[in-house]
Design a binder for this molecule. Structure first.
Ligand code: AMP
Length: 341
């Protein structure tokens, strides 16, 4: 379900191991349309079309967590949906996700409060010393639906609808990392931590490996495994983390699917995150996730896609373009992996 670039790359992985893919998405002008075996163009509220779709496939998965809960539950009633609706529902709501994470032993997030009106906002912003970010609980990605809240700009929220929001303490982090776990009922592999560099809340660059102390690295891996076990994960899970100045690990976000910070595995590992996801949900053994070279992944965002000719001339990069026609600021158009050694 979903037809974006993650869907496109999942289909490439499925084809590589001989499986066919039907995509359910709301528009044909999406990256996955061109290479899928079948395409169902429909809104995610059309339950009749959903029933037809449900009959057509053996295993179901998502390339985005933003698929309506009712839709997921209907599929799961009769067929295998991996990861489960429970896992997807946790990750599609920031408040539910943070409550889940904080219920686990030794797993911490930044401080946060639920916000439903201006009074909640004022009280919680004060509590967080006006060092905070307001986010929608659902449907936010790449910084969309997020605003910095300060004492000086509080009045600008007076006339805004503030229902179903969350306010988080701004973390003064020294590093952002992520760990990707692939798991099913019979096996599990972990891709070690990578360093992630964001600009304006959008991932720009991922560097493998991250240079951190071994104990921090092990602790990050253990936390990601522990979270995936508690979710009874089937598929791939990306765990985004902040490392604070005093070396505390705070979990920022979960993504129960292949993730932008795992694109380096396409050129750095024998079996990449997309193939692991497909193997996991198809009930296959997972592949060897060991790295065979170091990689720096860079996203091509908006008109950076125009750098393509230079990148083609550079023999040390592998290009991955998503075939999106409209160039828009902030839109992920492709990425490239630079092999380091
Ligand atoms: P998110 O969509 O919540 O993952 O936010 C995207 C990016 O915004 C993160 O990767 C961080 O770079 C930044 N960000 C989000 N929340 C916080 C926070 N509470 N403190 C500091 N930076 C944050």
């Amino acid at each position: 379900m979903g037809g974006g670039q993650l869907g496109l790359m999942m289909i490439e992985a499925a084809h590589k191991i001989g499986l066919s893919v039907t995509v359910f998405a709301d528009s044909r002008s999406c990256p996955a349309f061109k290479i899928c075996d079948d395409f169902i163009e429909s809104s995610f509220t059309d339950m009749d079309t959903l029933s037809k779709f449900r009959e057509q496939c053996d295993v179901f998965t998502v390339e985005t967590e933003n698929i309506h809960k009712d839709f997921l539950r209907i599929i799961e009633k009769r067929k295998n949906l991996f990861p489960s609706s429970n896992v997807i529902e946790i990750s599609q709501n920031r408040l539910v996700e943070k409550n889940f994470l904080n219920s686990l032993k030794n797993i911490e997030t930044t401080r946060f409060f639920e916000v439903n009106n201006i009074k909640d906002l004022k009280d919680s912003a004060k509590n967080l010393n006006y060092n905070c970010i307001l986010k929608t609980q659902e449907f936010g990605y790449d910084g969309k639906g997020q605003s910095t809240v300060k004492k000086e700009n509080l009045c600008q929220f007076e006339n805004q609808i503030l229902q179903n929001c969350i306010i988080e303490e701004k973390v003064n982090f020294k590093l952002e990392i992520s760990v990707i776990v692939a798991r099913n009922s019979s096996n599990m592999i972990v891709y070690p931590p990578v360093k992630n560099i964001h600009k304006e809340s959008i991932l720009r660059e991922t560097i493998f490996p991250v240079k951190i102390d071994n104990h921090l690295k092990q602790s990050a891996i253990e936390k990601a495994i522990y979270i995936s076990e508690n979710l009874d994960l089937n598929g791939v899970l990306a765990v985004e983390m902040f490392i604070t100045n005093d070396d505390q690990i705070l979990i920022n976000e979960l993504a129960p699917r292949p993730h932008n910070s795992g694109h380096w595995t396409q050129n750095g590992c024998t079996v990449d995150q997309f193939e692991q996801h497909i193997r996991a949900i198809a009930g296959w053994n997972l592949g060897n996730g060991e790295r065979h070279c170091d990689v720096i992944m860079e996203n091509l965002i908006g008109d950076e896609i125009n750098k393509t000719n230079d990148l083609i001339a550079d023999g040390s990069v592998s290009l991955h373009l998503y075939g999106k026609v409209d160039i828009k600021p902030g839109r992920k158009m492709g990425h490239f992996n630079r092999i380091i050694k």
